[in-house]
Design a protein around this ligand. Sequence first.
Ligand SMILES: [Zn+2]
Length: 365
Amino acid sequence: MGRAGNTHASVAWHRDPHVFFQAIGRGRIAPERRVTLRRGAGAVKVGLSIGGGVATMEQLEPRELRNDGFTSVFIACYEDEMRWHAQTAADFSRACQGAGLEVYVVPLGYGRVTDPDASTESLYVSEHPHHCQVDSRGRKVPKACPNNPAFLEWFSSNMRTLAWLLECRGFLWDEPTMYGARGVWACRCEWCQRLFYGEQQRQMPLELDSDVARFRRNSLLMFLLAAAAAVQAVDRRLASVVMPTSLQSGRDAGLGSDTLKPLAQSAAVDMLSVYVPWQSAGRDMEVALRSTVEEANAAVRAERKPLLIWIGGSPHPRDKLLEALKVARNAGVEQMVIAGHQTLTASSAYERFRPELARTIAQVR
Ligand SMILES: [Zn+2]
């Protein structure tokens, strides 16, 4: 998300903290609505996403996170940082594992096929414009093409290196998308045209028809298979977790929140991850959370794959974090991740909020 044409803030790593800072400085804060925990509901394991790169890793104390009740961390590893600071990430990852936290690596940048935030730099994209996706107007977009063999080789090799360096339980592929905005779509590069012709025995049309839609979706699924194979070649136990983009449809993005079923059925997906963007979508938290959980469960149930639900979080009551944790438990969510290290643990109100959050995490687990 956050790609051209979308003005909303990216949820997972850069949820707009200024909204919270503005609000917290002013006057009284209304108490959260009380959600009563349903008896007999299952336990929720709560994870934390850590964006912000190596600077953040150097500030966080994994043992404190564990003491707060978190059981897992999702660490953003940026392409342009990993060139020079991979050791910092490796040390942090080891410290997290040592503290009893499950670690998932979230590679960001790396050609920007997985692309939750358009502002994430990718040196690969700037140095290899000829490996980038070509849109339906013939223009290159700043996103590598998942069907480009040279890119695929580079990507796989980089993921193998990350998997070697960082002790972890798995990798999360964050919002893999084909470019699509305002009626313009990608990719019509020579590789995609060639592959499409090979499959369909006709030239790739300029309109995004159903064959093209299927081609784009399959291109991403094949890319995810390659990504999973790369890290599992290093350690076959590494989980491949896929988070489809939540704010674009599968038709625009190739994969979206309306294509959970093919994702769940894919061998590239060991665990399906779904974000609930109730704040940016202007929805009621409880309704959005419950309906998302229901849809996602319907997609994974037959495949018997675990589900991970993400929710944006900050200490501000407007984000209803404590309430959301209880709603999740009542809805039978087993694994939940709070998105937004910047908005939560890095916020000035976190220390005051922390005991209450830890109490709630203890209540739901
Ligand atoms: Zn292409």
